[in-house]
Ligand binder design. Structure first.
Ligand code: SAM
Length: 242
């Protein structure tokens, strides 16, 4: 990897980025779910429903929900009968998730893991999902390679991530919302303007859908696909291991 990487709009060492991302999510963990509703006007629930419909979890299959945080996507897949492992680098996010799972009577496996260097054996999972997580990972190609390694042959890779919209009017509207309002909501609700500024910057820095699709293919997945949703604000990426 190069010497410096982006933490939002600031250049830092790779180790410093991983540390700062950890601090952001430890800081937002307790307010994370409320903030998701406020920032997206509740839309994240629909995006996640749509995403899980694409994954089509089957009863009994093993799914790794990487960067699974507080479990939102994992819960939807567990309700469809999949055996879900929620993995995340941040123990604070997972702790909130475990409490939420208990309250819902859901049985999942929770594990602290860095997406770049997983401890799971080769060919462990039928599907790998990562939602709003990969843009926070310091070495994205390493994480994609690991996703490919831990999937069985025929395994599905699914990723949902924000993407900068190309729709002329919508892009400007979104930029105003993101730059001005999200950090303010972060300050008002979570008393944490900086973390939410990072989230906005990290969305803008994430590769365009076609560039990310090429990275998915580069990691060895076939039929790499990028499906834009809501004017391109969010994209579902997929690929298949053969
Ligand atoms: N997937 C959840 C959702 O959609 O609600 C959580 C998304 S949250 C925006 C991003 C998550 O990525 C955080 O929980 C963070 O700890 C995790 N993360 C960041 N870098 C990671 C890494 N290198 N390995 C694993 N998880 C990571």
């Amino acid at each position: 990897m190069s010497d410096k990487v982006n933490f939002g709009d600031t250049l830092v060492s790779p180790e410093e980025k991983t540390r700062r991302v950890g601090a952001v999510f430890s800081s937002v963990a307790r307010r994370y779910d409320l903030m998701n509703d406020l920032m997206s006007g509740g839309m994240h629930r629909l995006w996640k429903d749509r995403f899980v419909n694409r994954v089509k979890p089957r009863t009994g299959e093993a799914i790794l929900d990487m960067a699974g945080g507080t479990g939102d996507v994992a819960f939807r897949m567990a309700r469809r009968g999949a055996q879900v492992t929620v993995a995340d680098i941040n123990a604070d996010m997972l702790a909130v998730g475990e409490q939420r799972a208990d309250a819902r009577g859901l049985d999942l496996t929770w594990k602290v893991e860095n997406a770049e260097a997983l401890t799971f054996a080769d060919a462990s999972f039928d599907a790998y999902t990562i939602v709003f997580g990969i843009r926070n990972v310091t070495d994205i190609p390493a994480a994609l390679k690991e996703a490919h390694r831990v999937l069985k042959r025929g395994g599905r890779f699914y990723c949902m991530e924000f993407s900068s919209s190309d729709w002329p009017g919508f892009a400007k509207l979104y930029d105003n919302w993101a730059d001005k309002l999200i950090p303010r909501i972060g300050k008002a609700v979570a008393d944490d303007e900086e973390s939410y500024r990072y989230l906005v910057e990290s969305i803008r820095r994430f590769p365009r859908p076609n560039a990310f699709k090429a990275m998915v293919a580069q990691a060895g997945f076939v039929r790499a696909n990028a499906e834009p949703m809501l004017g391109g604000l969010v994209t579902i990426h997929s690929g298949w291991k053969i």
